[in-house]
Design a protein around this ligand. Sequence first.
Ligand SMILES: NC(=O)c1ccc[n+]([C@@H]2O[C@H](COP(=O)([O-])OP(=O)(O)OC[C@H]3O[C@@H](n4cnc5c(N)ncnc54)[C@H](O)[C@@H]3O)[C@@H](O)[C@H]2O)c1
Length: 244
Amino acid sequence: MSDTSTTPRRLVVSGAGSGIGRATADLAHDAGWSVVGLDLRPDGDARYPVLACDVGDEESVREAFAGVDRLWAGAAPDALVHCAGVYRFAPAVATGAADWDAVVGLNARGSLLVAAAAGRRMVAQGGGSVTLLSSIAAARGDAGEPSAAYSASKGAVEALTRQLAVEWGPDGVRCNAVAPGVIDTPMTTVSADPGAFAQVLGRIPARRLGTAAEVARVCLFLSSADASYVNGVVVAVDGGQGAA
Ligand SMILES: NC(=O)c1ccc[n+]([C@@H]2O[C@H](COP(=O)([O-])OP(=O)(O)OC[C@H]3O[C@@H](n4cnc5c(N)ncnc54)[C@H](O)[C@@H]3O)[C@@H](O)[C@H]2O)c1
């Protein structure tokens, strides 16, 4: 039987206020995990604590993890799923330094800051799992919805994933990434334009968008002991789009 349903363990989920993060935190909570969420906009309706945190800000991440330490009486997280991120699309020539910094600064730097805060505690504990959120955009260009800064930020996330896997592997801490395709969450704008939506569906062998719950199940699998020998990989959850 799956470890996710039988062993209560401690999970930190960033971006827990919406979309994939919310679905991951809810799924883990329902499966008996002790969950603490982090989000810029904490949702008061959650059935677990959600702490205010700006993942791109070093001091904010430090304070949020001090809060996590207090909630778990100093026990380290067993797993982190880092979902907090932002998406912008703009042609490369219209992407200025401020746009680049806003996206890469949050998606890449936030991944490092949050992973390091959790990973430091996991290494001291002697084990754990970090799952970062990449995107299909790290591996493929997109002429329809160009997003140079976002794609580059997710390329950085995948490089960081491999680096952390190698640095922390000897201490029993695994680091993997999940690369979703087009998922039906508030981040996804494509469904607003029927023409563009039909084109997007045409590129996805599954002929539909993914759901946040479908990504959450993979995140929770990677977080669990069921994935104990999975380290340093990027798992696509994209309905086959990456293979097309
Ligand atoms: N939705 C998709 O199609 C898709 C595809 C590929 C990758 N992803 C990735 O999955 C992750 C989750 O995306 P989603 O679709 O659930 O998005 P979402 O917009 O529904 O949720 C993102 C959450 O991150 C939080 N957040 C934003 N900036 C933050 C900050 N500075 N500090 C803390 N929290 C912050 C938001 O408040 C929100 O709750 C992101 O990293 C995204 O890039 C999403």
